[in-house]
Design a protein around this ligand. Sequence first.
Ligand code: HEM
Length: 486
Amino acid sequence: MTMRTGMAPSQNAGLVEVTSLGILDELLARTPLRPGVLATPPAGSGLKPVPGDRGLPFVGLGLQTVRYGPAFQIQLMRRHGPVSWWQAFGRRIVAVCGPEAVSAVLSNRDRAFGTGWPAVIGPWFDGGLLATDPPRHLADRRLMQAAYSEDALGGYLRRMAADIGTALDRWPTDRPVKAVPAIRALSGEITTGAFLNEPYDPVGREVMDAVEACIRAETALVRQPVPGTAWRRADRARRWLTGHLGAALPAARARTGDDFLSVLCGLTGTDGSGWDDAQLVEHMIFTLIASHDTTTAATIATLYFLGKHPQWQRRARAESFACGDVPADLAYLDRLRTLDLVVKESIRLVSPSPIAMRVTVKDTDILGHFVPAGQLVCVCTGVNQLLPELWPEPQRFDPERFDEDRAGDRVHRLAWAPFGAGQHKCIGMRFGMLKVKATLDALLRRFTWSFPPSYEARWRFTSLPAPADGLPVVLHRAHARTAGSA
Ligand code: HEM
């Protein structure tokens, strides 16, 4: 494997290339690749085999996958082309990178691809939209749509904005805090109210701990409920959540609230029927899981880049204060254009959910490469966001790429796809952007922060992409009259 060695990486280089920072990287660089083909194409098909790398027995290149994230996938693409495979922890996974290959899978014209998530994340998301295929997926998604109407979003946001303010008013200033656990806890704190109409008390905390236990089990190596493992914790957590949410349903059905669960209970199709209790609970669990980690990752990435680029922090804060002391509702958040650019650029560089997992339901081909039925396929949307073929100087933080004039994201439909594409495209995209913007606006109005030029986050790619050191940051009080200083 080719490595840059012996020096600290330049700005964001670690996102686009495999960098070496120490002995572990040196060792990983010596892993034998053991190239080979995935499967022999049927005789006379005219198809090519998928090239790829086995790596070490069983482990394969699994360690590289979690340590280098998109940089590893870019390297694989450069070695083998847009359709390749690699082995990770006993599994062969086809990697699909670049706009044409990603489009071929996500548009799914030939219906050759089903959701691959249950095979990767286990049973914790069962019954959720992302774990189902048509026809059930289509019917459920149609019914779900009304829970994301502008009216409904306005209600969730009202509750969130109030809770964000209360929580941030307690945050310490002038001493280091770790941004990663702090933002994660903040997301938990504002989720129980808006999604479940529950306070963030010890039970509310247990809800969010259970949600996180399910998320953490995604990448577990031991996939049986063995005592002491992440799998066992997720198993218990899912059972506890199922009981807790089931018990909350009668009250949620009875109220006409502005929380997600009561909205979900009120959804009915054209024939007047809605979901039964078990389905409501499954959709609610998946919604909690899908929203919490992704928005946390997006907020952390944006907070980091705002701290690295004080001129953008000043500009975003000035825009917030220029709007006056107004409630953080939909109309207000939509006016925050600078913040919009900054969030878009931050989640381009660090995509909160940079892959989509699919599985082939029949023998098929991707760009002329033979892929047999039952094959797990990793669609690397996050890689497209970092390719120099699509983005000039891809590692540079440059929010103006998204300006109407430059419209860098329009170079290809799949150049920027942090919310996915195709039939499983994020149904909570607008909600997610609103939650992230509401949190950052509240941070900008209260605090200033910065990271020294010498500090370069080392991103970790085990489930939530986040700086491995927890991102220590010192917050200072911000005032409207000093909006111009960061
Ligand atoms: C910045 C925040 C978010 C990001 C980056 C994000 C990203 C994604 C991505 C990439 C997918 C598609 C995965 C695939 O095709 O395999 C997805 C699906 C989904 N997301 Fe989000 N998401 C975010 C926020 C949210 C929020 C706030 C909610 C709900 C409140 C949500 C609910 C969902 C659901 C239900 C699906 C499955 C849709 C389907 O299968 O039809 N997401 N999200």
